[in-house]
Design a protein around this ligand. Structure first.
Ligand SMILES: [Mn+2]
Length: 426
């Protein structure tokens, strides 16, 4: 449905009957089926999809663009597939004219994702898994086709033409792929149709997250320049990076809707609503996704001594009435100055009566890192006794000297190993 109502402004195109309006919603990196240290994310995904349905209806969105990593893995669990199909059916009921365009990301199986395309077309959904498929998708407002989407999925080196032309072969190959689809759109578009591109890739100058995005397309040239898309492309909806960010005024990553790793806890998770008037970009706005499950990194600033961390964990204030699927995720961030074999037990004890889910005990060692061979004075390994090697290894991780009990335990293991070696040799 196009939103041409009482609020419509008189535009400079006075000769035209009314301004042509098209509204897109851009999202990506849902990672349906994701687990965090074994904990499912279904409740968070379900809450996000409810939120998204509200946005689509409230903002009178004409087309939803999902820019890859729909699923977390190439072999998603049945529950994740059921969640996607139920969402598409509900979207169809609530916004009957909605178009949906989905592309495969590097986490998705291209063939598996687009296997459903022939049947999903019947309800206005297009799914593009590989560059071998038709990547040009028209999207409509209430009056008919109002935009053309070059829906290019995540490209693998084998998806690129062999001899694409000048410069880095990967960049030139990706450029050639986009040019072919965009040229087809240029040939078919009406004068007031919007030209839009989608992609799942890493652009130059973009900020990757610490843990949950694999390097893609391989090699140092994996980052692509923003001039990949022509000047007449009014908006580019990208996926892959989980931190929402603008590459240029018109080229955006929507980011993931939920934190997919602990460092993503600080991200302003969002979806973008983008409006066009007569094919030109007119307005874009981010809608923050409410956080259903809290993430507590303790302490937030970084690793601290164990006793401080245990005290902070014990002091965590948590709503006791939350259902289990909303229990906060917790990371303990410990800086060790001496071995602590009972570390996990002590962390778990500090959290014992709290409705939280411990996902990680991060350990930083206070010793002097570096290879043993880098230490002065430089000596050959065969000049050292086994105890000296053990003391050096200890010093890399911890402060001070190993205590007598630890040294005795070390010698017990070392003697047993020596005896076993001698028996083997004889
Ligand atoms: Mn992703």
């Amino acid at each position: 449905m196009a939103s041409v109502g009482a609020g419509a402004r008189v535009s400079i195109h006075a000769a035209l009957p009314m301004t042509r309006r098209l509204t897109l919603c851009h999202t990506s990196d849902w990672h349906l089926g994701h687990t965090l240290a074994g904990h499912g994310r279904e409740a968070e995904h379900a809450a996000f999809l409810d939120f998204l349905l509200d946005v689509l209806e409230r903002e009178s969105v004409d087309a939803l663009l999902v820019a890859g990593d729909v699923y977390d893995s190439a072999n998603p669990p049945a529950s994740a597939q059921a969640m996607l199909y139920a969402f598409l059916a509900r979207a169809r009921r609530r916004s009957p004219a909605l178009d949906v365009v989905m592309i495969a990301g590097n986490h998705d199986s291209p063939g598996r994702l687009s296997a459903a395309d022939p049947i999903l077309r019947a309800i206005g959904v297009r799914v593009i898994g590989t560059a071998r498929e038709d990547m040009l998708v028209p999207v409509s407002d209430a009056a008919g086709v109002a935009g053309w989407v070059a829906a290019v999925p995540f490209l693998r080196p084998s998806d690129l033409p062999r001899h694409p032309g000048e410069g880095d072969p990967i960049v030139a190959g990706v450029r050639a792929r986009y040019r072919a689809v965009l040229d087809a759109a240029r040939a078919r578009r009406g004068p007031r149709d919007a030209l839009v591109a989608m992609g799942h890739c890493h652009m130059v100058d973009a900020t990757p997250s610490e843990l949950s995005e694999r390097a893609i397309l391989g090699g140092p040239q994996q980052a692509l320049p923003a001039d990949l898309f022509g000047d007449d492309v009014e908006y580019v909806a990208l996926g892959h990076l989980h931190l929402a960010q603008a590459v240029t005024e018109r080229v955006h990553y929507s980011g993931s809707p939920i934190p997919l790793s602990l460092p993503e806890e600080t991200y302003p998770h969002q979806v973008r609503v983008v409006r066009f008037e007569d094919g030109r970009l007119a307005e874009q706005r981010a809608h923050r996704v409410p956080r259903l499950v809290d993430v507590h990194r303790v302490p937030r600033e970084g690793p601290a001594p164990l006793d401080d961390v245990l005290a902070a964990l014990a002091a965590l204030a948590v709503d006791a009435d939350l259902p289990r699927e909303r229990w906060p995720f917790v990371e303990a961030r410990v800086r060790l100055t001496a071995p602590a074999p009972d570390l996990r037990a002590r962390v778990e004890a500090a959290l014992a009566d709290k409705p939280v889910r411990l996902v990680k005990i991060g350990v930083e060692h206070a010793g002097a890192p570096g290879a043993l061979a880098d230490r002065a004075p430089r000596r050959q390994l065969h000049d050292l006794t086994v105890e000296e090697v053990f003391r050096e290894a200890y010093a890399r991780k911890y402060e001070g000297e190993p205590d007598a009990a630890l040294l005795a335990a070390f010698h017990e293991v070392a003697d047993a190993a020596r005896r076993a070696l001698e028996e083997n040799a004889s």
